[in-house]
Ligand binder design. Structure first.
Ligand SMILES: *[C@@H]1O[C@H](CO)[C@@H](O)[C@H](O)[C@H]1NC(C)=O
Ligand SMILES: *[C@@H]1O[C@H](CO)[C@@H](O)[C@H](O)[C@H]1NC(C)=O
Length: 321
């Protein structure tokens, strides 16, 4: 029998010839209001392809459920506090989601319809891949006094899939000054020999972001840069992956990808980019498939405002409003 996880309580629910499902669930936790809890499972030595995800959540329980692939989880504990936004838990260890090499694989948010991966597309995990553990993060809404088992139903197969899925993260540092609207920008040239077909994107900020967008930029010698939208979304909407603007877009070696988060600060304090709820964050995720290799380096970082701007640092023009 084909197994995805090494141990843990997994149950096979149905199996046709190739596709199996297994549930990754919270082990009966008692969350506090607004808490972020993580649990992890080690993957087997066999390579598997994750091809579908479905939330197992009672209405009104969770703000979001995120699934990460990690080389090592943030903690060895069965459950830990992986909150960035909340006060510390009294009982649980606080640790990041992944100890290293985080890759986001799935995001479900607040009654949003779930994203289906395109046909023949799967995330390659386990075996010798950099994804040796799955970590599920649940952001709970309310305190619960009954053991909670919120989780994800994962469809997988060991049959090689024609197309591999992966995610790329565009992210900035920087400072959002008091009483100011500021734009956080990043841009990177794809140096690896890949051909990415973006099919979904996700935007993430904390409370101050209101317009996050990602673009493919065709740099032109005559100063007529051409900008093609990958996706644009208000990060105050549920932060799941949503379909890209143009599913025919292809991103190749030498292309430039960019992202921008516009944020408004009506507080009388400067707000740095960082991990806690008092900080801000500018994230644009691209989920893509390829027929060849996925990118080894999946992050595009810039120092953000005030140091870094598209105009001065990347010499870009014809920037969309
Ligand atoms: C979508 O992307 C393809 C490939 O880059 C391009 O040829 C096409 O014009 C784009 N369509 C729209 C509506 O932008
Ligand atoms: C921000 O605005 C508040 C209220 O208008 C004002 O009291 C404060 O001095 C401002 N702070 C800065 C740093 O401009």
């Amino acid at each position: 029998m084909l197994a995805l996880f090494i141990s843990a309580a997994f149950c096979l629910l149905f199996s046709n010839i190739n596709a199996l499902t297994t549930d990754l669930k919270m082990p009966g936790v008692l969350p506090e209001a607004d808490s972020y809890l993580c649990t992890s499972v080690p993957l087997t030595e066999t390579e598997n392809y994750l091809t579908g995800f479905e939330a197992i959540a009672q209405k009104g329980t969770a703000h979001h459920i995120l699934l990460f692939g990690c080389e090592e989880p943030g903690s060895e504990d069965l459950v830990w506090d992986c909150g960035e936004m909340n006060k510390r838990s009294d009982e649980l260890e606080r640790a990041p989601t992944c100890a290293n090499k985080p890759a986001i694989l799935y995001a479900w948010a607040l009654d949003a319809p779930s994203l289906q991966l395109p046909k023949d597309v799967g995330f390659l995990v386990g075996g010798e891949t950099p994804i040796r553990h799955l970590v599920m993060q649940v952001h709970y809404m309310h305190e619960k006094t009954e053991a909670d088992e919120t989780g994800l139903r994962i469809t997988y197969t060991d049959e090689p899939q024609p197309k591999l899925a992966a995610t790329m993260l565009l992210v900035t540092g920087g400072v959002l000054p008091a009483n100011k609207t500021e734009s956080f920008e990043t841009a990177c040239v794809i140096e690896e020999d890949v051909e990415m077909h973006p099919f979904a994107f996700r935007t993430h900020t904390h409370r101050h972001g209101f317009d996050v967008s990602g673009w493919l930029v065709d740099e032109d010698q005559q100063n007529e840069d051409h900008w093609s939208l990958i996706g644009r979304r208000d990060p105050q909407l549920p932060q799941m992956f949503v379909p890209v603007s143009n599913a025919s877009m292809v991103i190749r070696q030498g292309d430039m990808v960019t992202a921008r988060c516009v944020m408004k600060n009506n507080e009388d304090r400067d707000i740095g980019m960082g991990a806690t709820g008092d900080d801000e964050m500018c994230n644009f995720y691209i989920m893509y498939w390829t027929e060849g290799d996925v990118m080894q380096d999946n992050t595009c970082f810039s120092p953000g405002a005030p140091e870094y701007r598209w105009v001065s640092e990347a010499a870009l023009n014809h920037i969309p409003k």
